[in-house]
Design a protein around this ligand. Sequence first.
Ligand SMILES: [Zn+2]
Length: 336
Amino acid sequence: MSSSSSRPGLRSWLSSNGRLEFCVTLFSVTLLTGACVALILVPRNVGPLQLATDEAEVLETSEVIDHPRLSPVRRDLQPYGPILVREVAAGDADEALLVAHPSHRADLDVLEAQLGPAVSQVSAVWGTEWNRAPVVVVAGSPAEFIALTRSAGISAAADVAAVSLSGSYVPGTRPTDQRIVFNPDARRRLGAEGLATLLRHELTHIATRAETVDGAPLWLVEGFAEYVAQRDRGATFSQIAPTLTTRLRAGTVPADLIADADFAGVDAAYAYESAWAACAFLADRYGPTALTTLYKRLATGPQSGAAQDSAFAAVLGASRAELLDGWRAWLRGRAV
Ligand SMILES: [Zn+2]
């Protein structure tokens, strides 16, 4: 996923229109990680939350489920046929709403089973002060995916696995109208395990949105989301970061933290893996709490190199050089 900050044109479009903030995830990234999941069997980490579900099937577009939060989604979905709606209690005052057409019922089954554990896993890192009742939609077709995400200006729908959107908000307060939209092909291309990983990644963006201002360093925004998505999965380093592993084995180590511009280019998969690896290292070396503290400090907007350096010193007690040296040694030890 890349946030709007990696696309200046899009960011200015959003600003000028005052529209939804958003994040997207590219298939090119998650396909690589998703391709590995068939190799391992990870025990399901079922969280402590009780799942209570209630399904209502809408067979006529004139029939209405009385959920104000559902109205904008229903407007986009119902022209394409009947929809299924499932309510999932995941610990918040409201229920999360899972929505798809009957053709994607299997996707809803996966998301319904995974939402509670995913919310628990995000909360384990971030705490519980976030909107744990988003609207989660599986688009039924590329056209529908575009309709559901048009406020984010997505054009290359086939390459985007999922999008998280948040309505307008005042920084520091809880965002409203938060929505995750999955590409219709996401489960087919990523598998159920990949879909669950993607859900955790997107939920992390939902959780952190209130404290994340556009322009924040992407290595931290995307790396943190992927760290949370991967941390309980039990996958190996090379399974999570195959491109990075290949380069490390060839003797190439990162010269610096990955730059924002690299998330939008042809090397996006490497950028996401590198960002994940940076955050995984920070959590491993300094602890998950320090990583979260660093996130909250640096996600407040664009950060100069000097501002990042002072955050490293204040939060981690390390200079950039010490951090990078430690990271490179950590990477070398994992790419054998
Ligand atoms: Zn992302």
